[in-house]
Design a protein around this ligand. Structure first.
Ligand SMILES: [Zn+2]
Length: 116
């Protein structure tokens, strides 16, 4: 089984231009809503296959844009709370505990306070 951190580290080191092209393609195949979210034209979270690995589109985009290979316990958080959004400006990294905290804040206030 492929180690995702190594997979991404290799992409960033050796294939970053190609990966940036893929990011542009992904972003152009979206619909922008009134919140500035770039929504994939898919029913579920979009996946990306690239050079022998696969991950979610937003994780791929975050790693390539930030030039950062995330560790397995690091998750992408959607500041807009829309899992179909792949706008890099709406993505940030957190750990799994943060994600639970965000869910709680969203339930309590209806929006992530850091996004205001
Ligand atoms: Zn968004």
């Amino acid at each position: 089984m492929i180690d995702h951190q190594d997979w991404m580290a290799n992409i960033l080191k050796n294939h970053r231009d190609e990966a940036l092209n893929r990011v542009s393609e992904l972003l152009s195949d979206t619909t922008t809503d009134e919140n500035g979210c770039k929504l994939t034209n898919t029913k579920h979270r979009r996946k990306v296959r690239f050079r022998g690995g696969q991950t979610t589109a937003y994780r791929f985009i975050y790693c390539v844009k930030q030039n950062e290979a995330l560790r397995f316990y690091e998750v992408i958080r959607h500041r807009c709370n829309n899992p179909l959004c792949i706008n890099p400006d709406h993505l940030e990294v957190g750990d799994r505990r943060d994600n639970k905290h965000d869910d709680w804040l969203f339930a309590a206030y209806g929006v992530d306070p850091t996004f205001l």
